[in-house]
Design a binder for this molecule. Structure first.
Ligand SMILES: Cc1cc2nc3c(=O)[nH]c(=O)nc-3n(C[C@H](O)[C@H](O)[C@H](O)COP(=O)(O)O)c2cc1C
Length: 78
């Protein structure tokens, strides 16, 4: 099995789970970054506003080549 655990994490909880899952499954782990600064309480208010407005943001990497993986796990905060 060749797998990848791709995740986004703002405050680190999803990152912790993604890393543990990848280790347990022997998979690659891949962090997806939000190019907008999202730390601090003002940023947290912006997060809530953007989430409510379903506003998209720029991420890195923009695309992931999934060919060759037979297991893809995606981790995000709620
Ligand atoms: C704007 C905003 C909205 C959130 N909404 C929910 C929610 O609806 N339900 C929930 O269980 N957690 C919600 N959370 C809590 C996050 O999902 C939780 O803190 C998560 O563990 C953060 O993951 P991270 O540390 O990987 O960023 C929300 C957090 C933020 C900042």
């Amino acid at each position: 099995m060749t797998g990848v655990v791709a995740y986004y994490s703002r405050t680190g909880k999803t990152r912790f789970v993604a890393q543990q899952l990848a280790k347990a499954l022997g998979c690659r782990v891949l962090e997806i970054s939000d190019l907008k600064k999202r730390i601090g309480w003002i940023a947290c208010l912006r997060v809530a506003r953007d989430a409510r407005g379903k506003k998209r943001t720029e991420i890195e990497p923009k695309t992931i080549d999934t060919t060759g993986y037979n297991l893809i796990c995606l981790g995000t905060p709620v």
